[in-house]
Design a protein around this ligand. Sequence first.
Ligand code: SF4
Length: 63
Amino acid sequence: MKVMVDRTRCNGTGICEITAPAVFEIDDDGALRIITEEVSPDQHEAVKTAIQNCPTQALSIMD
Ligand code: SF4
């Protein structure tokens, strides 16, 4: 599973970082950094929750 961010939608709220800190990180400039695009199986549920909770629907997955 691969996770992608639409940077035209992301506003840097960081909800995804709270939900899945092993995958998402807000850097010092307030921009979202995806730590690992290829999501390990133990992170799948956290990433799916982050996608559902993203207020701007900026995240998507590709199986
Ligand atoms: S929750 Fe959505 S809008 Fe907020 S930082 Fe993550 S991807 Fe961006």
